[in-house]
Design a protein around this ligand. Structure first.
Ligand SMILES: [Zn+2]
Length: 215
């Protein structure tokens, strides 16, 4: 079977994540590093039906070239976040950003960070001992996306945050990896942790309501 082109890999991954309910409508954006450039999903395109024309090539650094007046597509509105992650973590080969209900709810479970439960899956995110309960950074959402990117650049990297991921409050999850496959694994494991976290919070709150005297 012929090897898939990088654009095709991004397109097919977007469709897979759309079907999973993690990129509903036009939500989320994916990028892949190609030498000094990035391939990134275009803004405003439905993630279930992307074509190769919906994946744009842009430089990793420097000014973005101005789109021609008749350009039908522009890079994702969250391109500045992707570029910041590649700059902060130079080994990064792919960045995935999705909007999930679980991540949005989990972002209410903490202030500027969330202490993750000591789950075995954290080993797949590079945490040798999950009992150390690593912190996941949470950034405030902002309509001015470059402000989110600036805040990320100010706080990361930090040894306090060993995971290849972050949350934007009431917005979604961003993960990165050396390859597209690794970034996908990180996304699945972080989303697993978010599902666990919100189920645990909801269980504890229902116990509190039913048995207040035992708490
Ligand atoms: Zn987003």
């Amino acid at each position: 079977m012929a090897e898939q082109s990088p654009k095709s890999r991004l397109r097919l991954l977007a469709r897979r994540l759309y079907r999973r309910g993690w990129m509903e409508g036009t939500a989320g954006n994916l990028s892949l590093r190609l030498g000094p450039d990035l391939l990134i999903t275009a803004s405003g395109c439905h993630k279930g039906v992307l074509t190769e024309e919906d994946i744009l090539r842009i430089p990793l650094d420097g000014e973005l070239p101005l789109p021609s007046p008749d350009a039908k597509r522009r890079p994702s509105a969250e391109t500045s976040i992707h570029r910041t992650i590649y700059r902060l973590f130079p080994k990064t080969g792919a960045v995935l950003h999705v909007h999930t209900i679980e991540a949005s709810l989990a972002s209410e479970c903490g202030g500027s960070e969330i202490l993750l439960p000591p789950l075995e899956v954290l080993k797949g995110l590079g945490v040798a001992d999950p009992e150390t309960r690593p912190a996941l950074p949470v950034f405030e959402n902002d309509n001015r996306v470059p402000e989110i990117a600036r805040a990320i650049g100010e706080r990361l990297p930090d040894p306090r945050y060993p995971l290849p991921g972050l949350l934007i409050r009431h917005h979604g999850t961003t993960v990165w990896g050396e390859t597209l496959d690794e970034a996908l694994r990180h996304l699945e494991l972080l989303e697993f942790s978010m599902r666990f976290l919100i189920s645990k919070c909801s269980l504890e709150s229902s116990k509190e309501k039913r048995y207040p005297e035992r708490i």
